[in-house]
Design a binder for this molecule. Structure first.
Ligand SMILES: [Zn+2]
Ligand SMILES: [Zn+2]
Length: 129
């Protein structure tokens, strides 16, 4: 391994150099802080397209929020609960409803909250009314 690294670096290296260079490689690959913590732009674009860049929150009178401003991408299953950056797990919310849901999630706990969340499902949303 030491010889391999020496070859790669184009010069002889000490054991310390070999170890620190391996540590660098390992950190680049495995350090979660180095990973992207936000959804990839392509997924965000798909979410925006599906939700027609409008908040998907359904208010108590059964109407979809009409806000198209201050839109956020929200994880239906929160990242803290293992929610992924997938199209299914992401939804568009205006900043007001986003804050509202997170406040409620914090106050009551995610398990408590989830059954009462109502979002427009992709298939429903595209049907003509
Ligand atoms: Zn959120
Ligand atoms: Zn809204």
């Amino acid at each position: 391994m030491k010889d391999l690294l020496s070859q790669k670096m184009g010069k002889a290296c000490t054991l310390e150099e070999a170890i620190s260079s391996m540590a660098d490689l390992f950190l680049k690959k495995e350090d979660p802080l180095q990973r992207k913590l936000v959804a990839r732009p392509s997924v965000k674009t798909q979410v925006a397209k599906r939700d027609v860049a409008q908040c998907t929150f359904i208010t108590s009178n059964g109407k979809r929020c009409t806000s198209r401003r201050w839109l956020h991408v929200h994880h239906k299953t929160l990242r803290a609960f293992g929610g992924a950056n997938t199209l299914e797990n992401l939804t568009t919310l205006c900043s007001n409803h986003h804050r509202y849901l997170h406040n409620r999630a914090e106050a009551e706990g995610e398990d408590h909250l989830r059954p009462r969340l109502t979002f427009i499902e992709p298939s429903r949303e595209l049907e003509p009314s």
